[in-house]
Design a protein around this ligand. Structure first.
Ligand code: ADP
Length: 454
């Protein structure tokens, strides 16, 4: 059974039981008081008759008094001590045999029923002939009592229905009102399951009630799930992007080893050290990406003195070997080109910039590392397709690719420069682009320099 039906049924049954108890109590209390009132009235009447009869006047016998006082459907009689009826008066003869006479020395009242009709009976002692004691019995039909009881019963039943029916509908609307947010929640969950998307429910943000709280909690949960899902997606795409270059380097050095390794010891040394350093890089990179994916916001970065000239020479050499392209590296300016940074990440930055230069141009690449006052500046220049002015602000966005780049079938993912920007940011540096379509592009990166003695 649906929960809404259960709530409606429960509230209606509770209301019914409440009405039953209250109305039954009202009915029986009313009956009790009207019965007592009728009995008291009959007793007073019997006292009046008793007083009127004594002493009887010569022209009026006791029987005459009884005739004068008896009502249309009632009966009055005098019962002697031995139970015999001394005198009786009634206009309803069947009453005579229906109720047996009773002698009593004290006043009393009773309710008797004959063929569904209630009678009030009052007995009062009376001094009879020769000073003997007798009992005056007065029987009065309780028509008012029965009629009012019947009418009250009908009124109570109608009143109960008038309360029960609206309360049934009120219970139904209430259960619907309460269950509406739950139904919305279930519908949203089903939608999420079917469409495999993260959907939130509409919640009145100002409301503080439990149902709104439930909706808000659900939406927070969805936010959290989506955040984790996005991180996972980012991990997968970043991982595949960043692992691609070192794997290409390892692959090309392995080929080189296969071909020349036995004959040329210098190639062997170079290849082994390149493969070893790239494998370490992959391992460290994987650890960092795992840390990011599991939600650690700040990655623990090993900071060391890094000579950017060495980094650029080393990376350029490996790229030349891996991609068979010319890269010329120059240094200019006086002073050291050391910065405080993470060697592995800075090498990754160099890879990204050089790889882009090779992807989007067919000629040689120029790299310049320069010490300029308290900064170290790297320039990576290519003579390729260039970037349109309006696209420059967007190239650091994740997954952004210029249409021209797509048509070159270079297989980019739009992630490289966003990763490069992140690396520059954590090293407190800046990255700029100077570019002219069809003439070429220069990436200029500034880092705070380290003095040799720092
Ligand atoms: P991708 O993997 O597509 O190269 P990036 O984030 O490295 O992703 O670069 C984003 C976009 O910026 C590229 O798709 C390309 O359109 C443009 N771009 C980056 N570097 C260059 C460059 N040296 N010359 C021309 N366009 C470039």
């Amino acid at each position: 059974m649906k929960i809404s039906h259960r709530i409606t049924l429960f509230s209606t049954i509770m209301m019914f039981l409440l009405l039953l108890v209250v109305n039954t109590s009202i009915y029986f209390l009313f009956q009790h008081y009207t019965l007592n009132a009728e009995l008291d009235r009959t007793l007073s009447q019997s006292r009046v008759i008793t007083e009127a009869m004594q002493p009887s006047t010569p022209e009026w016998s006791p029987a005459d008094y009884l005739e004068a006082y008896v009502s249309a459907d009632g009966m009055v009689r005098v019962v002697r001590e031995n139970g015999e009826v001394a005198v009786s008066a009634t206009k309803t003869p069947q009453l005579v045999n229906a109720f047996s006479p009773q002698f009593m020395t004290e006043e009393s009242t009773h309710r008797l029923v004959l063929e569904g009709q209630s009678y009030a009976v009052a007995r009062t002692p009376v001094i009879w002939e020769n000073g003997t004691l007798a009992t005056l019995e007065l029987y009065e039909p309780m028509t008012m009592y029965e009629e009012t009881s019947g009418i009250l019963g009908i009124i109570l039943i109608i009143a109960s229905l008038m309360i029960l029916i609206p309360s049934y509908f009120a219970g139904r609307s209430l259960s619907r009102f309460i269950l509406r947010p739950i139904q919305a929640l279930v519908a949203t969950m089903n939608h999420i399951r079917a469409e495999r998307t993260f959907k939130k429910i509409d919640v009145d943000e100002k409301s503080k009630d439990e149902l709104a709280e439930m909706g808000k909690t659900f939406n927070h949960m969805i936010d959290l799930l989506k955040e984790n899902y996005d991180k996972q997606q980012q991990f997968v795409s970043d991982a595949s992007h960043e692992l691609k270059t070192p794997l290409t380097v390892i692959d090309s050095y392995a080929q080189l080893l296969k071909r020349w390794g036995k004959q040329k010891p210098d190639v062997l040394d170079e290849a082994v050290s390149a493969i070893a350093s790239e494998s370490t890089r992959i391992k460290e990179m994987t650890n960092q990406m795992l840390a990011l994916a599991t939600g650690e916001d700040t990655i623990t970065m090993n900071l060391e003195r890094v000579n950017l000239t060495d980094t650029m020479f080393e990376t350029a050499k490996q790229m030349e070997t891996a991609y068979n392209r010319d890269i010329r590296v120059h240094t200019s300016g006086n002073g050291s080109t050391f910065i405080l940074g993470n060697h592995m990440q800075l090498k990754q930055l160099a890879f990204i910039l050089l790889e882009n230069g090779m992807k989007y141009s067919d000629q040689e690449l120029l790299v310049n590392v320069e010490r300029k006052s308290n900064e170290v500046v790297i320039r990576v220049r290519d003579y390729g397709i260039g970037i349109d002015k309006e696209d420059i602000p967007h190239v650091f966005d994740r997954f952004f690719r210029v249409d021209k780049a797509r048509s070159r079938k270079t297989g980019g993912s739009g992630l490289g420069l966003s990763i490069a920007k992140k690396i520059v940011d954590v090293h407190h540096g800046t990255i700029l682009i100077e570019s002219e379509p069809d003439k070429g592009t220069t990436f200029i990166v500034h880092f705070p320099a380290l003095e040799k003695e720092d």
